[in-house]
Design a protein. Structure first.
Length: 246
């Protein structure tokens, strides 16, 4: 299983939001490039970057910083936040980004995103599917930074993209994100059971190396972790041991 460290950019700083709330911000570093270099020393291959400014305004203002991070680290960077047009995809892929992560537009404009998968390839697009569990436990999609609920289930969405050849899906149980309450293991196990060839990225709630071990045991191809690495709850030595035991 691949560990994918996460950097959230806001105003040129590395921050974390609690459950996507822009009013609940914790600043971690004023030097995202240095943080990216720190992560690149962890024997990982990928880096997940969220452009929070882009997500909020749609403006792609952090391309310079993202390009610096990618070039300084040599990691495969996947970038999400405010990607709403094919021109945005082209621009990011031309700025050292390997994969573009798309969320609300993938739910609201599926025909558009399916065309991107066809035009740019299945390895260039990641669906970011954020879910809230309904009363009966069904994972229901939420959009616009988790502020708008939908009538579409996670299963309906993945099924709809199957014909387009979707390969990468990043799934977040929003109740777990940034809360250090542990990943939703049951949800990820069900996703993998239903879609065994999907390159699932488990996101939200990773607390420690034990959580990563459990995700690996259930067969998750990748897991994103931000706060646990930033807070030191997962150490460099633990990551190295985890990678050696893969």
């Amino acid at each position: 299983m691949r560990i994918i460290p996460a950097i959230d950019l806001k105003g040129g700083l590395c921050v974390r939001l609690l459950q996507g709330d822009f009013d609940k911000v914790t600043e971690y570093s004023s030097n995202p490039v240095a943080l990216g270099e720190r992560f690149s020393a962890l024997d990982v291959e990928d880096l997940h970057i969220v452009d929070l400014d882009g997500a909020r305004t749609g403006a792609q203002e952090n391309q310079g910083i993202v390009r610096e991070i990618a070039q300084a680290t040599g990691l495969r960077v996947q970038l999400g936040g405010g990607i709403r047009t094919a021109e945005h995809v082209v621009s990011w892929l031309s700025n050292s980004v390997t994969r573009c992560v798309v969320g609300s537009v993938a739910i609201n404009e599926p025909a558009t995103v399916k065309s991107w998968i066809e035009d740019f390839g299945s390895d260039a697009i990641v669906l970011a599917l954020d879910v809230k569990l309904s009363v009966d436990g069904t994972p229901m999609l939420t959009t616009q930074g988790w502020t708008e609920d939908t009538e579409t289930s996670l299963w309906e969405c993945i099924d709809a993209y199957g014909s387009a050849g979707i390969r990468h899906v990043l799934c977040t149980d929003v109740a777990r994100d940034g809360a250090m309450s542990g990943p939703n293991f049951r949800l990820y196990a069900e996703i993998l059971q239903r879609y065994p060839t999907l390159q699932l990225q488990a996101s939200g709630g990773v607390r420690d190396i034990d959580d990563l071990e459990l995700l690996r045991e259930i067969g998750a191809p990748a897991a994103i972790t931000g706060r646990a690495l930033l807070d030191g709850a997962i150490t460099e030595a633990e990551v190295a041991t985890f990678q050696r035991s893969a």
